[in-house]
Write a protein that binds this ligand. Structure first.
Ligand code: GLN
Length: 485
């Protein structure tokens, strides 16, 4: 495989700046890796080879004329939930077949204006609902470390693409773990920014109070660089925060002296796979060696997180997905009258997990049940938020597993949605609390399955979790391991 596809984002951008390599060559290297592997990994649902080649050529020409934007000519791939002007955006769903985006997602417009080349669209669970990528109308992406296993989800394709060098970097979205969990299953770095850190404009909404766009990279520094390019206030999204964006790359250090890192005892419970627990504990010991003080903290309401998340997320989804009715977007199945047409379109267009969630969300919002489920879930959400604020008075960041288990077999949990929901226990809390979280590769099980370390930080303190992740990464070599496919 060409070394150019294997490079990190930082290496790529440095070598492009030094004119040691051309953007055209990088794009060609990544395209040939996609050509070689996509049939077996199913990471991409759409590749814009011609447009990417043209954009790379234009970037090389601009560079020759003195253009020195940091991402100039760097190829980045995006999850199929993000709108890119002139491209299809199907969210892994049959209901959006034939739909073309009329505008750019703000995060993508920002990457483009920093010079990035948008290379292709990655596979995902339909409308970002799932943790295995098995709920995709294109069939599942496969885990590059073991093709019989899931890559995680819902941003499975983005994680696979980065881990298997089919992308230099990629974007995903994280509503309850969809960037961090596939990053941990595939062994790459994945970040969920704080709620409001990046604009959601152009991200097809799943659960608007939880959704954030997040970057995947080969290293923490790559993810820090991408966040710096994407973040900031956007008048098109009133929930994007009007706070300054720090220089994330400058915050990266190689030690953890003077830092306090918390271990929430409720995240090291029975039910966590033995090897996952051991690997994460070894990573924590490594952080201690780097100078951090480790303190135990308690987040007792973690046990309510799954129930709270699946009430709020499905309630919001039931409202957000009402717009897919055969009138405005994508596919339509004709009926005798409009009502009949809506029903037939939605029955044929949505997959079973999406239907399950629309029904559940409609139920928890219906009169008579609203107070018992939705209002109560909002109250518990506030308590979970307060618990995190309290924990962050005792430490700078928290260290936990990302998932209680490594990647499971394809089909293993397909008949039991509850088992899949329960596996989200350690990731949904960050979305409920609005804080930031990242998965960093921290080892492999005896069966050679990757394990991720989750680093959680207070809202708008991404620089803190980058510092922890980068220092850990500099002291270990897990992030440089590659699957043999
Ligand atoms: N697995 C969670 C769900 O199915 C999270 C998905 C996400 O973050 N988009 O809702």
């Amino acid at each position: 495989m060409s070394e150019l596809a294997r490079q990190t984002l930082q290496e790529t951008s440095r070598k492009l700046a030094a004119r040691e390599i051309s953007s055209a060559a990088v794009v060609e290297a990544v395209l040939s890796q996609i050509e070689k592997l996509n049939l077996s990994l199913n990471a991409y649902v759409n590749v814009n080879a011609d447009k990417a080649r043209a954009a790379a050529k234009a970037a090389d020409e601009a560079r020759a004329k003195g253009d020195s934007r940091p991402l100039l000519g760097v190829p980045v791939s995006v999850k199929d939930v993000l709108n890119v002007k002139g491209q299809p955006c199907t969210c892994g769903s049959k209901i959006l077949r034939g739909y073309t985006s009329p505008y750019d997602t703000t995060a993508i417009a920002k990457l483009k204006s920093a010079g990035a080349v948008i290379l292709g669209r990655t596979n995902m669970d339909e409308f970002a609902m799932g943790s295995s990528n098995e709920n995709s109308c294109y069939g599942p992406a496969k885990n590059p470390w073991d093709l019989s296993r899931v890559p995680g989800g819902s941003s499975g394709g983005s994680a696979v693409a980065v881990a298997a060098d089919m992308a230099i970097a990629a974007l995903g979205s994280d509503t309850g773990g969809s960037v961090r969990q596939p990053a941990s299953f595939c062994s790459c770095v994945g970040l969920k920014p704080s709620y409001g850190r990046t604009s959601r404009y152009g991200l097809t909404a799943y659960a608007s109070s939880l959704d954030q766009i997040g970057p995947f990279g080969k290293t923490v520094a790559d993810v820090a660089m991408l966040l710096g390019a994407m973040a900031g206030h956007d008048p098109m999204d009133s929930t994007s925060a009007n706070v300054p964006v720090p220089d994330y790359t400058a915050a990266l250090k190689t030690d953890l002296k003077g830092m306090k890192l918390g271990l929430p005892k409720e995240y090291f419970i029975e039910g966590v796979d033995r090897e996952v627990g051991e690997i994460v504990r070894a990573a924590i010991a490594q952080c201690e060696k780097l100078g951090a003080e480790i303190v135990e903290v308690s987040l007792p309401r973690t046990k309510y997180a799954i129930a709270t998340y699946y009430v709020i997320a499905t309630a919001e989804a039931s409202a957000n997905l009402a717009r897919f009715d055969g009138v405005r977007y994508g596919a339509r199945v004709d009926g005798e009258d409009p009502i009949d047409m809506y029903g037939k379109t939605r029955a044929a267009g949505f997959g079973s997990e999406v239907k399950r969630r629309i029904i559940l969300g409609t139920y928890v919002l219906s009169s008579g049940y609203y107070d018992a489920y939705y209002v109560r879930a909002q109250k518990v959400r506030t308590l979970i938020q307060r618990e995190f604020s309290e924990a962050f008075t005792k430490c700078d960041a928290l260290l936990t597993p990302v998932s209680p288990m490594p990647a499971w077999k394809l089909g293993e949990k397909a008949d039991d949605p509850l088992q899949t929901y329960l596996a989200d226990i350690f990731t949904v809390t960050a979305n409920l609390a609005g804080i930031c979280g990242m998965s960093v590769p921290c080892g492999f099980t005896a069966g050679k399955l990757p394990v991720g370390l989750q680093i959680l930080g207070p809202a708008f303190r991404e620089e803190t979790i980058f510092r922890v992740g980068h220092a850990y990464e500099q002291a270990t070599s897990w992030h440089s391991m590659r699957p043999k496919i």
